[in-house]
Design a protein around this ligand. Structure first.
Ligand SMILES: [Zn+2]
Length: 359
């Protein structure tokens, strides 16, 4: 397989536009996907960057609406999504600032944006436009619009309207059709009707026909029984081979160039088997979201540290070495936040391995 370093014009740091799209195309052609990790702080961003640096592979950092607000601090008013806009923009600037030092290409993306969150999307687009006016590229690499709860007509129509604004900046749009089940970032889709959990060939065709005349730079989070979060094996079955059916439809019924005309995104991948992921990869998945598993990994680092050093963490002074022994080197946040980062780095690298995003 050819290395990402063979991609013309590739560079370390945040990638956008034609280069970002070329990297996704490289992933599709070479049978790997790039995982996107939800980050809510500089610490979690750094863990993702550290993991990718260790593997020498491209990576994606994404901010959810709630995660964006958290990034700039819980104290700020978010009535009109102003904190979510500010946090996402601050996060993107932070990643832009440090990513080149990690020596790998990095995508900065915004996660699910439902209809009621459109003011957040509008605020980020404004920041993209301002950044573009100065630098000739958008601030972010890509944004997701998730109108999957609306009718197909409204969903696709809204995506087309936004893609028209994004296309001149060469911004990539990720859209969702069909619904990812489960709960994420406060959005509860646990009660969704079963048929909405599987997209159809007609859905994909409708999306392609509406969006491709505007810009080729869009990806589709199609539903194939995926569920956000980790649940016990249950009543919904994951069918990644469905994505292959869509690709075949694209080639045979829509006369698109094969072997995989569509760029798919895998949501709700936590808890999937290696086989399911491999099937998804062979059917044109170029991006997979990871949130729940890295949340757990971040927590486990702290949990293990506390359990191991419990007697050093009960007061500022006094531990098994003596009643006057200081504990500063244990409760300094750099100590225990670092423990979380170390376990998150490992989990990020595991996701990269699952997605064949390794050398
Ligand atoms: Zn998702």
């Amino acid at each position: 397989m050819s290395s990402w370093k063979d991609i013309p014009g590739v560079k370390a740091g945040v990638v956008t536009g034609d280069l970002a799209w070329a990297i996704l195309n490289h992933a599709k052609t070479n049978g790997y996907a790039i995982p996107a990790f939800n980050c809510t702080s500089t610490s979690t961003c750094n863990a993702v960057l550290e993991a990718a640096k260790g593997l020498d592979r491209p990576i994606m950092i994404q901010f959810s609406e709630g995660g964006s607000a958290f990034f700039c601090g819980k104290a700020l008013d978010n009535k009109n999504k102003q904190a979510s806009v500010l946090g996402a923009v601050a996060g993107a600037h932070y990643v832009r600032m440090v990513a080149p030092s990690y020596g790998i290409p990095v995508f900065v993306h915004s996660d699910h944006c439902a209809k009621k969150l459109l003011p957040w999307f509008d605020g980020m687009l404004k920041a993209d436009e301002e950044f573009f006016a100065i630098n000739g590229e958008p601030l972010f690499s890509s944004h997701m619009l998730d109108l999957s709860e609306e009718t197909n007509e409204e969903n696709i129509g809204t995506c087309a309207e936004y893609l028209k604004k994004m296309a001149p900046m060469r911004l990539i749009l990720e859209m969702e059709i069909g619904i990812t089940g489960g709960v994420e970032d406060g959005v509860n889709n646990e009660g969704t009707a079963k048929d909405k959990l599987y997209s159809t060939c007609e859905d994909i065709e409708q999306v392609y026909k509406a969006l491709s005349p505007i810009s080729p730079m869009f990806t589709i989070a199609a539903a194939f029984g995926n569920v956000h979060g980790v649940y016990k094996a249950g009543n919904v079955s994951l069918q990644p081979e469905l994505l292959g059916t869509f690709q075949k439809h694209g080639i045979e019924k829509m006369s698109l160039a094969g072997p995989a005309p569509f760029f798919f995104v895998f949501h709700g991948g936590s808890g999937s088997t290696k086989e399911e992921i491999a099937t998804a990869l062979s059917n044109g998945v170029v991006k997979m979201n990871v949130d729940t598993d890295t949340q757990w990994a971040y927590w486990v680092g702290l949990k293990d540290f506390y359990e191991k050093k419990k007697e050093y963490l009960q007061g500022q002074i006094g531990n098994p070495e003596g009643p006057d022994a200081p504990n500063k080197s244990y409760y300094d946040p750099r100590k225990w936040v670092r423990e979380s980062e170390v376990t998150m780095v490992k989990r990020v690298q595991e996701a990269c391995t699952d997605l064949k995003n390794v050398n």
